[in-house]
Ligand binder design. Structure first.
Ligand SMILES: [Fe+2]
Ligand SMILES: [Fe+2]
Length: 277
């Protein structure tokens, strides 16, 4: 059994438009130099249009690292999410919607997630049918995440979401919209598996980092947030994830291994022009 380290890059909220041709080239080139795999945490397109997804597919074409992604609410705006999923899948992106995949030995469970709020004040399934339907959507997304985690064999998997599973990483957003930025229901399956890292986007004005109740690190990798916070480096984050390459018949140990963030050292070309929040 040999150990190795995979450099995992993560970002969200690209909001690619029909006029974004070339806007992400420098960013993806830097990611290609800095990382072995890339996770995209939703809002890949701005209005959920297939033409926007086609632009993004061209932008990532030169990137030689494998990509896993989830869709965000913007990707569903035009009711064309199936077309978008096909375009991005044809471009080689592993699009996760309650699914799991393994990239270079890193197990990834992904789902878009949904809103409903956090903690004791989270919306409950009571009263009008439409409220119950809203809550049902969040519960279903949490169940999809749990099923995806259950299918993974890789140890210490990574969870990829668009909506936040905790309140801490949406702080800074207007209090009134917290219930639309995430749901504590997504935190429950994360606590039932040995998850090493959680990534989400959606909260453009949130906080970079938080932890679940059980101490699992949660990172808000929304590109507008990263652009504002790190003026001297490209708007993505890179983490070293230890992986164990197993030979047949070996069983992965159940221990958790810490991750270390790599900081892009060189000055960056600002990518803020590419952001349409
Ligand atoms: Fe967004
Ligand atoms: Fe979003």
């Amino acid at each position: 059994m040999a150990g190795t380290v995979v450099r995992l890059a993560a970002l969200a909220d690209l909001h690619c438009t029909k006029t974004s041709q070339g806007a992400f080239q420098a960013l993806f080139a830097r990611i290609g130099e800095s990382a072995d795999i890339l996770l995209l945490a939703g809002d890949l397109t701005d209005s959920g249009l297939p033409d926007e997804a086609r632009v993004l597919a061209k932008e990532v074409a030169s990137l030689r690292v494998p990509i896993a992604a989830v869709l965000g609410n913007h990707d569903l705006e035009s009711a064309k999410s199936e077309d978008i999923a096909k375009i991005l899948t044809d471009a080689g992106i592993a699009l996760l919607d309650g699914d799991a995949c393994e990239l270079k030995g890193v197990g990834i469970a992904g789902v878009k997630g949904f809103g409903g709020g956090f903690g004791q004040r989270a919306l409950g399934p009571w009263g009008e049918p439409i409220i119950k339907q809203f809550v049902r959507e969040a519960v279903d997304e949490a169940l999809k995440l749990e099923a995806a985690l259950g299918r993974l064999r890789a140890q210490n998997p990574v969870v990829l979401l668009h909506y936040s599973p905790i309140a801490a990483t949406v702080e800074g957003e207007p209090l009134e919209i917290y219930p639309f930025l995430g749901s504590s229901r997504l935190e429950e399956p994360i606590g039932r598996y040995p998850v090493s890292l959680v990534f989400h986007g959606h909260a453009h004005r949130g906080q970079l980092e938080g932890k679940t109740k059980l101490g699992v690190p949660v990172y808000n990798v929304s590109m507008p947030l990263l652009t504002r916070t790190f003026a001297d480096r490209p708007p993505f984050r890179v983490f070293e994830v230890p992986v164990t390459q197993q030979t047949s018949g070996e069983t992965a140990p159940a221990h958790s291994t810490p991750q270390r963030e790599l900081v892009a050292a060189r000055p960056r070309r600002r990518a803020s022009d590419a952001i349409a929040s």
